[in-house]
Design a protein around this ligand. Structure first.
Ligand code: HEC
Length: 184
């Protein structure tokens, strides 16, 4: 989907007109005043949105988890959409198995496609479960990420994942991407 929204020229005209009319209106607010478009965002509220974790693990929160603990979360919060063994269901993607080397179209999953385990954590923390995003604690995200990685055979059931061990996991498809900055 395009990132840009086409705004008809007529509408742009209307917006400009509305702005000008407002500025010229008798008794219009002091031009030094800012438009009343909301209130400043506090640092603490901003922190709720500033959840970005870099591929190298920068930004990973404190906490830890194992697949063993994550299975319970998966069963109650993920399985209904992603299937018992993360095989996918309906519009919810398969999270395990698959291959980028198959004869037919490749099946992209966490195990076959994603280049960094840190990004998987980041995505789950930000967007999943799809029916209640950001409802899991950091501890629970470590646990369920560990379980998804376990279903892909990438960690053992009791391997502890935290801000140090998660970036150290080498995902199978890490070398399968081209660095765009090198393309002339
Ligand atoms: C209400 C349904 C629903 C629930 C519950 C849910 N998901 Fe998802 N999930 C989806 C859908 C739909 C997508 C596909 C979104 C997309 O590709 O944009 C998705 C995508 C994902 C992806 C990315 C897959 C990929 O390769 O693109 C991951 C990882 C994931 N979910 C993990 C989880 C985990 C872990 C949980 C439980 C904590 C969970 N999901 C709960 C619906 C759900």
């Amino acid at each position: 989907m395009s990132k840009f929204i086409a705004v008809p020229a007529m509408l742009i005209g209307a917006i400009t007109l509305a702005t000008c009319t407002n500025a010229a209106a008798p008794g219009a607010a002091d031009s030094n005043q800012t438009p009343a478009l909301g209130s400043p965002v506090s640092e603490s509220r901003l922190a709720d949105f500033d959840l970005i974790i870099a591929a190298d693990g920068t930004g990973l929160p404190a906490g830890s988890g194992t697949a063993d603990l994550g299975e319970t979360i998966y069963r109650s919060r993920c399985q209904a959409c992603h299937g018992e063994n993360a095989e996918g269901r309906g519009s919810a993607a398969a999270l395990a198995g698959g291959s980028m080397q198959s004869e037919g179209p490749p099946l992209r999953t966490v195990g076959s496609y994603w280049p960094y385990a840190t990004t998987v954590f980041d995505f789950i923390r930000r967007a999943m479960p799809a029916d209640a995003p950001k409802s899991l604690s950091d501890e629970e995200v470590y646990q369920v990420t560990a379980y998804v990685l376990f279903l892909n055979g990438l960690v053992s059931r009791n391997q502890v994942l935290d801000r140090d061990s998660l970036p150290a996991i080498v995902m199978p498809n890490r070398g399968g991407f081209i660095d765009q900055s090198r393309i002339q």
